[in-house]
Design a protein around this ligand. Structure first.
Ligand SMILES: NC(=O)C1=CN([C@@H]2O[C@H](COP(=O)(O)OP(=O)(O)OC[C@H]3O[C@@H](n4cnc5c(N)ncnc54)[C@H](O)[C@@H]3O)[C@@H](O)[C@H]2O)C=CC1
Ligand SMILES: O=C(O)C1=N[C@H](C(=O)O)C[C@H](O)C1
Length: 240
């Protein structure tokens, strides 16, 4: 595959290295300071664009690819209020758009375990649920996209929970799941789900040891998306 990297920071660089080691070529490495390079590219030579940039840049990057008929695999977090617009454009242009808040296979297993646990906990009383995420201090958004996906998985399976809130640890909000965000270097990404009662607590944790799992997942999806159309997600890619 000939891969365009939209965003060439920590993730873009790692994806580039890993892609080359799997025999792929890199069509371009686009960052905030070389955006004009996009005008020099021939879209017909690009098999996929992999987009890991910044919340405020994601929508324009994704539109750029869809409008040129390039399948796009996006991992940028913090822009999802505009996802419906991107989905409409994808369908209108008969394009291929893939989004995941987390490309690690381990985290996607964790998403399933989280939903299963939420269903079990919904059958009992006395437990308060909460989510905690820990990331490096350069992270621009809070809570993490992964924490939001986890919260959605809990809310959808818990009677009486309707929303989530970014918690400072103080006040509880009625019918809302608190998410605590901590920024500690060099944490690549830790997510903890807790159910606490007077008697005990239950905790499940996913800890990324590096960014390798995110990068590999994004490349595997890019290989898989070749020839596919539509709005796609990890549920389409994974067989579990
Ligand atoms: N879905 C997933 O599995 C993962 C998602 N992420 C998300 O990916 C994003 C990037 O993460 P990192 O690489 O760690 O950040 P980073 O800060 O190291 O890199 C971001 C890069 O985007 C570039 N950029 C800014 N504006 C741009 C534009 N208009 N077009 C193209 N590039 C532009 C910057 O120059 C910078 O090099 C974040 O939103 C992060 O939350 C990170 C890891 C895994
Ligand atoms: O910014 C990061 O680093 C990460 N962002 C994603 C998120 O917001 O969930 C995925 C991963 O946790 C790393």
């Amino acid at each position: 595959m000939n891969i365009l990297l939209l965003g060439y920071g920590k993730m873009g660089q790692l994806i580039g290295q890993l892609a080359e080691s799997r025999g792929h070529s890199i069509a371009g490495k686009i960052n905030i300071d070389n955006l004009e390079e996009l005008n020099t590219l021939d879209p017909s030579t690009i098999d996929v664009a992999i987009e890991f940039s910044q919340p405020e840049a994601a929508v324009e990057n994704i539109k750029w690819a869809i409008e040129r008929g390039i399948p796009i695999v996006s991992g940028t977090t913090g822009w999802l209020d505009q996802k419906p617009e991107i989905e409409q454009l994808t369908l209108f242009k008969n394009g291929a758009f893939f989004y995941a808040s987390n490309y690690s296979i381990g985290v996607n297993i964790f998403f399933k375990v989280n939903e299963f646990l939420a269903k079990l906990m919904n059958e009992t009383t006395g437990y308060k649920s909460s989510v905690e995420e820990i990331h490096h201090t350069a992270k621009k958004d809070a809570p993490s996209g992964t924490a939001i996906t986890l919260a959605e998985g809990i809310i959808k399976n818990t009677e009486g929970l309707h929303t989530w809130n970014l918690s400072e640890g103080a006040n509880e909000i009625e019918q809302s799941l608190p998410i605590t965000s901590k920024r500690i270097d060099p944490a690549p990404g830790t997510h903890i789900i807790r159910y606490s009662s007077e008697i005990d607590h239950i905790e499940i944790t996913h800890t990324a040891h590096s960014r390798q799992g995110f990068a590999l997942g994004a490349i595997l999806v890019s290989e898989w998306i070749q020839g596919k159309k539509g709005v796609l997600s990890m549920d389409d890619f994974l067989s579990f």
